[in-house]
Design a protein around this ligand. Sequence first.
Ligand code: 5GP
Length: 182
Amino acid sequence: MARLTVITGPSGVGKGTLVGQLLARHPQIWLSVSATTRAPRAGEVDGESYFFLSRERFEQQVAAGGFLEWADFAGNLYGTPRQPVEAHLAEGRPVLLEIELEGARQVRRSFPAGFQLLLKPPSFEELERRIRSRGTDSNAAIQRRLERAREELAAEQEFDAALVNGDLGEALLQLEQLMQLA
Ligand code: 5GP
């Protein structure tokens, strides 16, 4: 499999669940933990789900070159800490990044040999239903996420492959094939 895999897909497409199942079956894969200025959602643990940073701390890290990539997504900043990614790649571990479109574009420039996958919903209506049913985001945030979702889905041609996340088991098998794990 590619040493570095990027999974991108609209908010609500179910990246987290799919990636969780992938890791359970392939514990050799190391999933990067991102930093964000977004507030934690219920159940999210600092250092596991994300490193939750103030905007000031985040900007200090940007200035220090601490991120492999970073982007503004729906009003919050998100970034991939550089050092652990480089360390795991140096050890020969397969590394997985679960990031949005702008970040994927930046990583494509620095790791052109990486494998980049777009995860798609069965339909836009289904995506909207999933985002709304999460019930954690404000209406304005939901609108911003839906706008970004349209942009991400329109960028499909930039990716090495696209995968529809309808049935989870099916999507997992296809993901394993695309990552050459099966
Ligand atoms: P959420 O707020 O729903 O956890 O994430 C919002 C979006 O930010 C998702 O599309 C997620 O993939 C993306 N994201 C998470 N971490 C990073 C990161 O480190 N860099 C970038 N560019 N996007 C990220």
